[in-house]
Design a protein around this ligand. Structure first.
Ligand SMILES: Nc1ncnc2c1ncn2[C@@H]1O[C@H](COP(=O)(O)OP(=O)(O)OP(=O)(O)O)[C@@H](O)[C@H]1O
Ligand SMILES: [Mg+2]
Length: 261
């Protein structure tokens, strides 16, 4: 069974398509990177999977069912800029939202719910900030609040929009370890990431997107210079860097450039 299926998906804002006839299936139990230039439709793709934007055409399946049937099993971590950080909620309030069931919003959380909330906060190392208003956190701390909400939900499929933006190296490593541990428990984690090098080093599967689907598959199969050129087009500086990544992939033993450090 696939984790996510996207079929003939077209999404337009004011009649302008930003995703065009996108069609792919993603495996279960892997860390999957969604990569493409700014404005290529990555965030829109996650929003379309979550039915947060109207689809012009196509449909999405999650674990072979509709989102409505699977909502409890899918967790979404939005891109940081899209969150209203003035919202008067503490870290714990936001993470608790992961435990509320649709249609049972006013039901009190159980002791087990509260325990799962505390564990999720601990996993992203926000325990000292649990009672702080979310607007009064640093960027890297804010990034982790919504990861904790997703963890508290205990979902099977996680959609994360740029969770590594603005976090320091130690936090990046901690989040990466967390995602890999979740993957090893059989969870599926779909991550929009702009650092192709980090994706290559740590992820299992890659979706290259530029309004259209360029390629998808195991990292080693997808990372070709043709695919990267099709994804990043005229951005030549970037393209030179990507060429280097490919070279390193083809000749992993040479450790090119390593002696300079
Ligand atoms: N609400 C909106 N109304 C109109 N256009 C939008 C809206 N949201 C996004 N767009 C446009 O749709 C395109 C895709 O946006 P999207 O946010 O999906 O890109 P992205 O790949 O996530 O980019 P980034 O790397 O900058 O986060 C962009 O050209 C953007 O300007
Ligand atoms: Mg985006």
């Amino acid at each position: 069974m696939n984790s996510i299926e996207v079929h003939n998906l077209t999404v337009a804002y004011q009649q302008l398509p930003v995703l065009w006839d996108v069609d792919f299936e993603l495996p279960k139990g892997q860390i999957i990177g969604i990569v493409g230039p700014n404005g290529s439709g990555k965030s829109t793709l996650l929003k379309a999977i979550m039915e947060l934007v109207p689809l012009s055409s196509g449909y999405v399946k999650i674990l072979d069912k509709s989102l409505d049937q699977m909502r409890k099993h899918v967790a979404y971590v939005p891109q940081r800029e899209t969150v209203d950080w003035n919202f008067p909620a503490s870290v714990r309030d936001v993470v608790k939202m992961g435990r509320y069931q649709p249609g049972r919003l006013f039901k009190r959380l159980t002791d087990l719910d509260n325990q799962l909330v505390d564990e999720a906060i601990e996993k992203v190392k926000l325990t000292p900030f649990a009672n702080r208003q979310i607007g009064q956190l640093s960027g890297g701390q804010q990034q982790r609040v919504f990861i904790a909400r997703a963890l508290a939900q205990g979902a099977d499929v996680y959609l994360m929009d740029e969770p590594f933006v603005g976090v320091d190296v130690a936090t990046e490593k901690a989040i990466m370890d967390l995602l890999q541990a979740m993957r090893d428990e059989g969870k599926t984690i779909v991550v929009v990431h702009h650092d192709l090098q980090a994706v290559t080093a740590n992820f299992d599967y890659l979706v290259l997107l530029n309004t259209r689907l360029i390629a998808h598959g195991a990292i080693g199969d997808v990372l070709t210079s043709e695919n990267l050129q099709a994804t990043y087009g005229g951005q030549l500086n970037l393209f030179a860097q990507l060429q280097q990544i490919i070279q390193e992939k083809d000749f992993p033993i040479r450790e090119k450039g390593f002696e300079d450090k």
